[in-house]
Design a protein around this ligand. Structure first.
Ligand SMILES: C[S@@+](CC[C@H](N)C(=O)[O-])C[C@H]1O[C@@H](n2cnc3c(N)ncnc32)[C@H](O)[C@@H]1O
Length: 238
């Protein structure tokens, strides 16, 4: 991976994975998030979900946690007194001063821990009966094609039933689940494609290769979205 080229393409994009405000609203309805909730956006990337999270808890606050919480993300939260961003490892959320949380939101990031231990690991920072909402790579057909499987780089793809069962063995009751809608994927890919178009003229060889790779990522999802995608899961700690 050419990290310079990667960051040139991804720098300051509004999101770093699929998702939309409607997903937050959908997940928070069964979660019955308190008005003054303590909320963590774990693996927040640039904080694209923070505004939607704040809106479900009008007197609550959000801490956005990412290994690399960037300057642009900081600037975005600068005028928001109910939110802050921090560069930290989300495997230790319980060490944050805002913990324990009523809600941990984790869009397109729990797979870094793996489904075998991700929910229980993040769940340590939840209040009793707190809620974890996360999106997880999922297969929508029995046997996705190799091209579809490659979208998640060989990550083990399970169906919705298997995902629910694995979450429930880790001390949760699943309140609901649904596919992340196409609009959420487009909210990620369309700004990425605009960036690709802007950078294409004059790109050197490493950057051109990265632009091709990112364009291929979008094309692969559009071609195979009936086979694989993200499942959004809402689970209450029991
Ligand atoms: C695919 S991006 C999704 C970002 C964001 N949730 C979104 O939807 O735009 C995954 C993010 O998880 C972060 N991440 C991965 N492992 C992490 C860890 N152990 N602690 C904190 N953040 C982590 C990465 O830095 C990256 O920004």
């Amino acid at each position: 991976m050419d990290w310079d080229a990667f960051f040139t393409v991804h720098k300051d994009l509004p999101r770093e994975g699929p998702g939309a405000p409607e997903d937050v609203a959908w997940a928070c309805a069964p979660a019955e998030v308190p008005e003054d909730a303590a909320i963590c956006d774990a693996g927040s990337g640039p904080g694209g979900d923070v505004a939607a999270l704040l809106s479900v808890a009008p007197r609550g606050h959000v801490v956005a946690v990412d290994l690399h919480f960037g300057e642009a993300a900081d600037a975005r939260l600068a005028n928001e007194p109910r939110a802050r961003g921090v560069s930290a490892d989300f495997t230790a959320l319980e060490a944050l001063p805002e913990a324990p949380f009523d809600l941990i939101w984790c869009a397109g990031a729990l797979y870094f821990l793996g489904l075998e231990e991700g929910p229980s690991r993040l769940g340590r920072a939840l209040k009793p009966a707190g809620v974890l909402a996360f999106s997880e790579p999922c297969r929508f057909v029995e046997a996705p094609s190799p091209e579809a499987g490659a979208i998640f780089g060989g990550y083990p793809l399970r169906d919705a039933e298997q995902i629910v069962a694995m979450v429930e063995t880790q001390g949760f009751t699943v309140l609901g689940h649904r596919r992340v809608p196409d609009a959420g994927w487009e909210a990620y890919f369309q700004p990425l494609e605009a960036r690709i178009a802007a950078l294409r003229p004059g790109a050197d060889a490493p950057l051109a290769a990265m632009l091709d790779q990112c364009a291929q990522e979008a094309a692969a999802w559009r071609a195979h979205r009936a086979e694989v995608g993200y499942l959004l899961v809402v689970a209450r700690r029991t």
